[in-house]
Ligand binder design. Structure first.
Ligand SMILES: [Mg+2]
Length: 224
């Protein structure tokens, strides 16, 4: 994975812990608003497995929407996200508080061309932290950001594959699996046993604070 495939040159980290945070279904509601968007287009999402393709049908006749059409609907939703997406409970105040002691970065698996819409939406909610939109695997990105630092790092995501990617590439990272209790997330692949499942942002903040004071992140920092 060449680092040229993502641009982190606009991310400037301070000498303090780093919290890397997924956006869809972690900071902004995705699956709920997306279902409302589909209804507005005459479609229905059937939570039959943990994927969108193959599970969206026409309300009129129950016929499955073809894959290329589903991809187009997802793009239209991201284009119009400012009209639909809302923050998760307590995420705004929790990240605001955590930002007093840590840098926060939003790492969103979304096509970069929708970055402006997402930036405006996050800004409107007071979530002014830097944003990186890329569909590249997340592990190499967190590695590129953090590998040379001896400071705590936290990664939060609702997708097991992203958590596993970061675990593969970043030592001593606190991995938090935070996902909505939605019908479709019940089909989500489980994360590995050593990845902590947080029930909500209050719980996630407790895990993060405990990690910051635990010292388990220290890596060969010589005593002064
Ligand atoms: Mg997500």
């Amino acid at each position: 994975m060449a680092s040229e495939e993502f641009d982190i040159s606009h991310i400037h980290l301070g000498e303090r812990p780093l919290i890397v945070c997924d956006v869809d279904d972690v900071v902004l509601q995705f699956i709920g608003p997306f279902q409302l968007f589909l209804q507005s287009r005459g479609h229905t999402f059937l939570p039959r497995s943990f994927r969108l393709h193959g599970n969206i049908v026409s309300q009129a006749d129950g016929v499955e929407i073809e894959d290329h059409e589903v991809s187009r609907l997802i793009e239209e939703f991201f284009e119009a996200q400012e009209l639909w997406q809302t923050p998760l409970d307590r995420v705004v105040e929790t990240l605001d508080r955590l930002s007093e002691e840590a840098d926060i970065l939003f790492l969103t698996a979304m096509q970069p061309r929708f970055q402006d819409q997402r930036r405006r939406l996050l800004d409107r909610m007071g979530l002014l932290f830097p944003l990186l939109a890329t569909e590249q695997p997340k592990g190499p990105i967190v590695h590129a950001l953090h590998a040379s630092r001896s400071l705590p790092v936290v990664f939060i995501d609702d997708m097991a594959r992203n958590l596993h990617s970061v675990r593969e590439h970043v030592a001593d990272c606190l991995l938090i699996h935070l996902m909505p209790n939605s019908p479709v997330h019940r089909f989500a692949p489980a994360a590995a046993d050593d990845i902590t499942r947080a029930t909500d942002w209050t719980h996630a903040a407790e895990l993060i604070e405990a990690h910051f004071v635990s010292g388990t992140f220290t890596r060969a920092v010589p005593a002064a």
